[in-house]
Write a protein that binds this ligand. Sequence first.
Ligand SMILES: Cc1cc2nc3c(=O)[nH]c(=O)nc-3n(C[C@H](O)[C@H](O)[C@H](O)COP(=O)(O)OP(=O)(O)OC[C@H]3O[C@@H](n4cnc5c(N)ncnc54)[C@H](O)[C@@H]3O)c2cc1C
Length: 485
Amino acid sequence: MKGRVGIVGAGLAGLTAAISLAERGFDVTVLYNGKLEDSNSDKIQAGIALPILDGDSISLHVIDTLKTGLFMNDIDAVWNIISKATEAYDFLRRLGVNFESVELEGGHSRPRVFSIRGETGKHIMKVIRERARELGVEFVNKEIYEVLIKNNECLGVISSDGHEYLFDSTIIASGGYTGIYRYTAGFRGNLGILIGDYIRKGGIAMDLEFVQFHPTAYVSPDGDVILISEAVRGRGAIITDSRGNRFVNELAPRDVVSRAIYRKLLEGEKVYLDARNVKDVEKSFPGIYEALLKKGLDMKRDRIPIVPVAHYSIGGILVDLYWRAPTRRLYAIGEAAASGFHGANRLPSNSSLECVVGGLEVSRTISRDLEKLGRLKDINLETVRLRNPSKLGNIDRLRDIMWSYVGLERDSHNLMIAERLVNELDILPQIKTLALAIIKCAAERKESRGVHYRRDYPYVDERLKGHSLFARGECRIEGIKRHGV
Ligand SMILES: Cc1cc2nc3c(=O)[nH]c(=O)nc-3n(C[C@H](O)[C@H](O)[C@H](O)COP(=O)(O)OP(=O)(O)OC[C@H]3O[C@@H](n4cnc5c(N)ncnc54)[C@H](O)[C@@H]3O)c2cc1C
């Protein structure tokens, strides 16, 4: 055994890393929250963006990513990730993933989204879990509340019931923080607890104010959220008001479509997705079709009432090109990480690509780093030290505050209200720290860029073209890029 690696999160990023590390001879433990199938990766609909077909190219995909990200992306991260698309494809194919179609999504100049009937994640995650089990990866069902850091070195993690788990290297792959918003189609347990804990302990997070909202979700009267993938619009579905009038280009970037819908809703209008003209909609998107049918809506016959929902956290733990956090022995991948790949907005289906590429790359990084750093001494999987269990607190109230005051449109007045309300809230300190950090960065960015929209500054300010870095209670907007341009 070359070393013991702990991974928090059993999504696409975490399990890709787990497989890659186990195949290299590491002893791997994956800690996860809720059910194994609860990850956002299981919910991936359209698929994974891979620029590998005839007529496509790495540079075209790079340009689409930069355009959608409003050129706030780190150019090295963008080239680095996209040029490893063939590696990601080979990895998934080797595991037995059979893609069935290649779709066009908004912002992509070519059809390049490799898909399986609008429920791509379900199929990928099934084979990926099987392979991880075959390799002897250990799965531990524990919610993790803390990263254990001493002298700028990560020694492992601590669970909500107070157990310490020690590892030679620790990877945070716990997804984003869309679960702190009232409406999300994602896993409600993705609360960004470890991002909050890391910054509480002096770590650095990047771009926390950039939260992507997905324009087309159905929220049922009983509160279930069903996301209707961009690929449905790619096949010709339109967005209309109650009179059947179109009011937005359905394939414009998500932030543009989401805000157009949000404003109609604020005017008291109802907004619909009309997929009645999409040929074989029930065969092309069986997961979405069936889920809506269970709620009494038939996409072949009915217009579907829609609202935007919190969908993707662009911000997260700052990482370098090799997925290292600024703390020794600590790494972050997937939606928990901020690599600079997405810039101010995420191109659809780029996040699954980032998850696979990051998972494969971090295993190489850990192999190199452990040769240099050596193993930590006297590691047991679960040490005897038990701390006091902690409580989550009033998470539903937080979700309402974030939705109402730090959502699709922000302004300084609402952000001040949000700060006061969050400060007064009885909630796990890790989550409070994260929410306040998001609010601080949203207040600091006095402009509108990509998914961050300020009613009181509804324009781009070129002086603020740079990432926000949150550390030690302060949010600072960088005037320069991290990896060139
Ligand atoms: C409905 C929907 C459709 C989507 N469709 C697409 C698409 O077509 N293409 C695309 O590229 N992206 C899509 N996305 C985005 C994509 O799903 C995610 O960005 C991606 O799956 C993130 O993967 P991950 O491995 O980083 O995290 P996740 O898949 O979210 O996994 C997080 C893991 O961490 C665990 N966890 C969280 N907190 C803790 C904690 N405190 N302690 C222990 N474990 C914890 C969870 O249990 C889970 O196992 C979609 C998202 C949604 C919600």
